[in-house]
Design a protein. Sequence first.
Length: 71
Amino acid sequence: MEHLVSTTNGVRLSFLLALLADAGIEAVVFDANISALEAGIGVFPRRIMLPAERLLAAKTLLEDAGEFFDD
């Protein structure tokens, strides 16, 4: 699994996952459980991870959408 982006913004996380799913790219969210333990204050970023062979396609997709950055 390769790291694509990290975010503390739950809305942006959902948007990115929707973009990837629409393109047929399966992604997994890492660190979602630690975010739940922190009482939802958004201190710990959640990471979007995906298979290495889909990384270039995912980066291109997010760059075209202007969403390829960590926040």
